[in-house]
Ligand binder design. Sequence first.
Ligand code: NAP
Ligand code: GLV
Length: 306
Amino acid sequence: MLDLVVVGGYAAAEWQAGFDACGAPIRVHDADTAPPCRYALAWAPPAGFFASHPTLEVVFSMGAGVEHLLASDMPRDLPIIRLEDAGMAPQMAGYAVWGVLRHLRNFDTLAAAAGAGGDWGAWRSPPATDARVGVMGLGVMGQAVLAALAPLGFALRGWSRTPRDIAGVECHAGRATLDRFLDGLDALVCVLPHTPDTTDLLDAARFARLAPGALVLNAGRGSLIVDADLIAALDSGHLGAALLDVFREEPLPAGHVYLRHPRVTVTPHIAARTQIPLTARQVAVKIAQIEAGQSVSGRVDRARGY
Ligand code: NAP
Ligand code: GLV
């Protein structure tokens, strides 16, 4: 049996059920009662957690994002392994498809109009195939989003840090190509990690590049967006709508402008939730690989920040 300590997120008993279900020889402990452990499964560990667990050799993130670990007081030489899909990618794809179709096919407006009566035959939706949809972040989440959007007929673009080649997608890479990627997009889907390079990336100048009436959908991290610039672009009428799942401060403070803005839809960081059974299975497989002396995928590169 291997001991694993969990901190943040869900309680040890829930994780134990997940590891038991996949037959993993792992005993799960809460942080305050754990014996010395070599493995941790963590979400936003509190200050002092790592000092009181000095035997840790590997830390698994309970999510795809790892900024909560990079910002913690964890020793810099402790490896971080992030989640790779583990049931989140299909959720993210569904969230993005919902948001993009809702906007580009005017579903809210049409539903309101139907409720108000009138001439049903007079309503028009622009053909979805005329629309340009861009995805920022072409990793596990971004590729799942693009795969789900592809059959819907949109003209697809993608943007990443290093060059990617995705069939049917006009791919751009690097900061120098960002404006070209954004130019004229009718919907922008963001699934970037929080890093120093992605912070404040979407500002007034970037929003101005998007097509009039465009949607901004952010399900990566809130630090990507200069909030005041997004609100100004919506208020000016240049942007049509924003669908936001992530924020600089979570939960959003009561009274935040996003909560009362007529063109902003807010969801509470639920675009893709951690799935305990699939996560436990992925972590168990990686622990077995580590125990066998093998390398594992999903290791975070501290220098690039994800
Ligand atoms: P991933 O596989 O590591 O992919 C990250 C992507 O972002 C990669 O394509 C990477 O480029 C790109 N990227 C990173 N820094 C960049 C930069 N400076 N410029 C351009 N592109 C950059 O991560 P993932 O699994 O797709 O997850 C992405 C993020 O989604 C997570 O970090 C998390 O913040 C967020 N997330 C949110 C939820 C939610 O519920 N809202 C759920 C899951 C994940 P390269 O391809 O060149 O490496
Ligand atoms: C959720 O936001 C995650 O990073 O998995």
